[in-house]
Design a protein around this ligand. Sequence first.
Ligand code: IVH
Length: 670
Amino acid sequence: MSTDLAARTEELRKQLEYHLYRYHVLDDPEVSDAEYDRLYDELKAIEDEHPDLAAEDSPTRRVGAQPSEKFQKVEHLSPMGSLDKVTTDEALEKWAADVQKRLGTEEPVAFVSEPKIDGSAISLVYEDGIFTRGATRGDGLRGEDVTVNLRTIRSILPRMQLRDGESPPPILEVRGEVYMPLSGFQAFNERQAADGKRTAPNPRNAAAGSLRQLKSQITAERPLAVWIHGMGHHEGLPAESHWEAQGWLRERGFRTNPLAEWHESIDSVAEVCRIWETKRLELDYEIDGIVVKVDSFDQQQRLGALHGRPRWARAFKWAPMTAQTRLNKIHIRVGRTGALNPWAALEPVEVGGVTISNATLHNEEDINRKDIREGDEVIVQRAGDVIPQVVGPVLPRKKRTRKFRMPEKCPLCGVNIVKPDGEAMHRCPNPKCMSRGLETLIHWVGPAMDIEGVGEQLVRRLWKEGIVTSMPDLYRLTKEQLMELDGYGEISAGNAVAAIEASTEKPFHRVLLGLNIPQAGWVTARNLAQHMGSVDRLLEAAQEDIEEVEGIGPDRAEAIAEWFSDEGNRSLVAELRELGLRFETGEELKPVEGPLSGQTYVITGTLEAFTREEAAAALEAKGAKVGNSVSKKTAGLIVGEEPGSKLKKAQQAGVPVLAEKDLVKLLGGS
Ligand code: IVH
């Protein structure tokens, strides 16, 4: 066993202990949940892999931290455990299979799914039907007696509502979660800020802090509520399952969550977990997952628990979509159109299950509106599967940082930067700026021509060495030149050269896309190729001729005509043609008769399973046309992640809006 690993284990335990203490005892966490989970998962992985490094007192084996000194400590009637989590459908099914195996293959197993409330765990004891003691979770065995504070919460039942003639159970302990509804949370923070007091970073902290006030009058002013999600110690209750017990509690006045669902088998559970991942945004309280429980008490008991974590339940947790990290530097990338794109170099952090180390920052105005600065601690966010974003800085700042300014000169060619009126982007106006050439090449091997095994990294190296500084250079590149680069041998160099050679067979519209003609994105390139048929016609075309192409208005047509009349561009086209690239439209764009003939679709945003090019090709193969802009005649707008302004336009024009799964249906399959 390496001593490094042992040291890392120790280090992780220390850090986790410290963060647990900040979180549970001081109500003042220093790191985000995502950061905590990352440390926890790392430790758990080491311990699982190396059982000899596991320890009885490891933070992975406990629930909370020591109770603080402020409140009296009380022993729970039975330990308050915690839940193991799963994050994927596969893990959920694996757990269910394990449950089934332990119980015996023949036995039916029913489940209950319910929201995992992101609040503060509590235990409530009822003696002869009367609420006598309430406690926080503490370390799972002993918590803090916060009875007085809990009595101020209206949804906590002071006395069970028994049926006529029903005698109360001598002792009953229920478990639940105290939380602050989102509406109340906002009002609470506004009041705190107005009074010059500290605001809470999230509703969970607000709830936990409110519960642990030494003056119960303060707790009473806070908008708190409770959901009861189970029983602890109980005697002589007529319930055989969790579902029945919850019903029994509800009938006696306890506040149980109406979103719980009973499942005959595990088959329908994963879908519920998925649905709530997005639907949770409609709730007035935060949930951070779905708890899935084996319903039968008998089965629960037979399954038992491991280190205080029941084998009969799992928390299905969604990957947190935000995290906190440091913004090390703001870099500028000059794009292939000359636009200056600022981006953030981040201290690597895991967000939504993916490690990210950079994020886009859009433009100067946006950066300053959000007040993002180099050196700040920032919140980063991933929405769906798209590029991560910096939401804003964590305030107050612990150290001074400086407001961001765009450079006055292009970082690559030194020419003065311009910012055209009414545009958000700063631009390098120099058409010969090396960034344009380099970025055009990167775009050429990537989105445009999709040359296998030749990517951004290689292009950057070739550019730096001065071997390839234009598209024609790329087609003159030899195996021997490549082999002079570190890491390229006979075979890899041969493959790269062959892939470049093979790209001369790619269709005309991809070549057009790769030429970096202003305002000619992939839809325009396809329509131009389809309408014009060859580059010869484009070289002769006047603006009016180009305006006849589907989806091309006067401005776009003018820019395209101008590009083709430029001498430099004309010789670039001639040179590439000489090198064997295709400048005529082939079979691939011949209109097809199909079920979607006569319909035009528009695509916006990033799709998950297709590139836009693929989506367009698939639609065209069914006879549809793909347009650039939405009009009343558009048959449908297909919307991916981060849709642009087209979505609003479609909604206004009453054009049907389709999600990616509708597109799949439209294409008639999976
Ligand atoms: S059942 C052995 N159901 O999540 C623990 N817990 O990590 C069984 N929580 O401290 C807990 N909503 O306070 C259960 N519907 C729910 C829950 C829930 C939130 C909290 C609970 C516990 C933590 C477990």
